[in-house]
Design a protein around this ligand. Sequence first.
Ligand SMILES: Nc1ncnc2c1ncn2[C@@H]1O[C@H](COP(=O)(O)OP(=O)(O)OP(=O)(O)O)[C@@H](O)[C@H]1O
Ligand SMILES: [Mg+2]
Length: 406
Amino acid sequence: MTGRSRILMVMPYAHLVRKAVQAGFEVYAIWDPNLVGDNRSEVVARSAEVIWTDFKDEPGLRWCVTETAIRYGVEHVLHLGWEDTQIPVAEQAEALGLAPNPAASLRVVNDKAAMRRVLAERGLSTVRTVELGTPDGVADALAGFDLPVVVKPTRLAGSRGVRLVRDGADLAAWADMLAADGYHGPVLVEEFLRGNEFSVETLSAGGTHHVVGITAKQVTPLPLFVETGHLHPAPLTAADRRAITDLVTALLDVAGYRFGPAHTEVILTPAGPKIVESQARLGGDRIPLLVEVATGFDIEAGVFQALAGKPVEPAIASRVGCVAFFQLQPGRLESVDGLDEIEALPYVRELKFPFRQGDLVPETVSSGTRHGHVVFAAATAAEAQLRADQLRGRLRAVTSPDGASR
Ligand SMILES: Nc1ncnc2c1ncn2[C@@H]1O[C@H](COP(=O)(O)OP(=O)(O)OP(=O)(O)O)[C@@H](O)[C@H]1O
Ligand SMILES: [Mg+2]
């Protein structure tokens, strides 16, 4: 016995286990052996116990949560991983009185259609939306909309299958894309929100939502919407910042969200900010690192400090944190230069380049098909933009068009 509080974490990435342990917790982890990837040895080393189960087997996962929680007498059950297993885990935890968050709040936050319904009932962030059981009915549903619209599957993530539809050709291309992904589930048709896009990191504790910061997002040219870079904090007027944070905290309130991180995407339209979607987890795309670069606040460590009952104290930014995704010509990678040079720059915090000579560099159609990234600091948003362009230029990658893959 260590005398530390015990927590059960489902799908905890290695750095989260490390931060939980640093905050004084003993971690029991549940992971799917097929998903854990490079995390595995560090998760095993830092956890008191790891229980392996197939996350596709929902009854098995539910049983595992209950059994492990009771066996080790854990005080909380936390799931900061993928959305698709968060609700069953929260339901089991709730039945044991160990859920930091009501499962009902996750049903609103994580389901894009449910979130639209709950917001519409309260007249918040109204967005014209139609929900369909399968992609087949979209052509008919378009009759009720002015084009363009955005169409999206409700059960995929990472911008997969999210597309702007301007005409019949776009609709056909989207249907092909979903068919290639084997997706036949529910879809949303939404009014196209025009304006710059932002994401809001929050950390809730005891039902109070602490706004950690707002990040500006850059995306690929239409009709797809894959992120190509982020900048934190977003350059915004005080009035826009307030309108965005008020809307996001209102969403979390109406959802009944009480504890933990949320990552909410917002478009600032001429009619004010509108919610794109929210997720009950930390932002992806290295956003927590951008926050840390800009403000010194470690939002991941903050989750566990809050769980231990300590106050949540986000910091004011003293500089800008930025991530730029590389955008190479798809094809076979012939040669790559400049990586050492980039890594040696004093303002560069992290460099990831996932390809080696001979690899196929895919066309970017989703977050998972991007071409690596660099995280760096800058004094101002303008300097960050300049540095992003320079850093992309310093990566000298030659690809041959032959063999370009999707
Ligand atoms: N109604 C809309 N109007 C304009 N743009 C939209 C709309 N809905 C989605 N988008 C764009 O598409 C992107 C992806 O949509 P969304 O976040 O709903 O899907 P996702 O697959 O969960 O994406 P990700 O996991 O990358 O955040 C948004 O970040 C935004 O840029
Ligand atoms: Mg999104």
